[in-house]
Design a protein around this ligand. Structure first.
Ligand code: HEM
Length: 217
């Protein structure tokens, strides 16, 4: 039987305030309430594409790693789905139009990922946790809101939020927490991982804040 390190709980507890802060963001509130204009949703999708493309480029490098490779489930990658959503939102010229739409906060986030997660498996775990477990958690509330408020469904511009059925999502969440909880990470490094996850929340918040000034101000 594998040893549990408590990292899953430590991450949840240690990032609680950061999660609360990001959850109060006006752009996300507008997205959940259905008041974010379509252009804002499209711009957010473009930022996500840049972020997930960066994360998933690094993920390939970590396959099989006992710390950074445990939670790389095949159901998780999002870049191909974002590419699909962007084609729906922007049409065939999406690459040029979204390339031009990448905001400075997104560039800073991606540059930080490139600096940090290439050589530090624990850092990769922290950033992966914040985005992908978030997508499997609050992201599912966003999925429901998109379908309810905008009429977006899985085949349209919101495949990013789709992970098959609700039962699968719950199973994935449980497996995810189990994977990070059995990663052989010493307690001293766990503290650094929690700090990196807090930073990941702040980098996300900066992206939302910058977009919010334009689309939900
Ligand atoms: C208004 C927006 C948001 C809402 C309403 C929301 C809601 C939630 C809820 C209800 C959970 C708990 C699920 C559970 O206990 O199983 C959760 C978990 C989580 N959320 Fe959010 N969330 C939001 C935004 C975000 C954002 C923007 C991120 C990341 C950038 C994020 C990252 C996470 C993570 C990592 C977890 C997992 C916590 C854990 O179990 O360790 N959330 N969210």
């Amino acid at each position: 039987m594998e040893t549990r390190t408590g990292l899953a709980d430590r991450l949840r507890t240690g990032t609680k305030q950061a999660h609360r802060n990001v959850g109060a963001n006006p752009l996300l509130r507008a997205l959940l309430a259905g008041s974010l204009p379509m252009a804002g949703y499209a711009a957010l999708t473009a930022q996500y594409f840049a972020i997930y493309r960066t994360l998933e480029r690094h993920a390939i490098h970590w396959i099989g790693n006992p710390i950074a490779g445990r939670m790389l489930f095949p159901e998780l990658p999002r870049a191909a789905r974002l590419r699909h959503d962007l084609t729906v939102l922007f049409g065939e010229g999406w690459r040029e139009r979204t390339g031009a739409a990448i905001r400075p906060a997104t560039e800073r986030y991606c540059a930080h990922l490139d600096r940090t997660v290439r050589h530090w498996p624990g850092g990769f775990l922290a950033h992966h946790y914040v985005r992908y477990l978030g997508d499997l958690s609050g992201g599912q509330l966003v999925r429901r809101a998109l379908s309810h408020n905008y009429g977006y469904t899985g085949r349209m511009a919101s495949t990013f939020y789709q992970f098959s059925c609700a039962r699968t999502v719950k199973l994935l969440r449980d497996r995810y927490r189990e994977a990070i909880d059995t990663a052989p990470v010493p307690v001293a490094e766990q503290r650094a991982i929690v700090a990196e996850a807090e930073l990941a929340f702040r980098l996300n918040q900066d992206v939302f804040a910058e977009l919010g000034e334009i689309y939900s101000g």
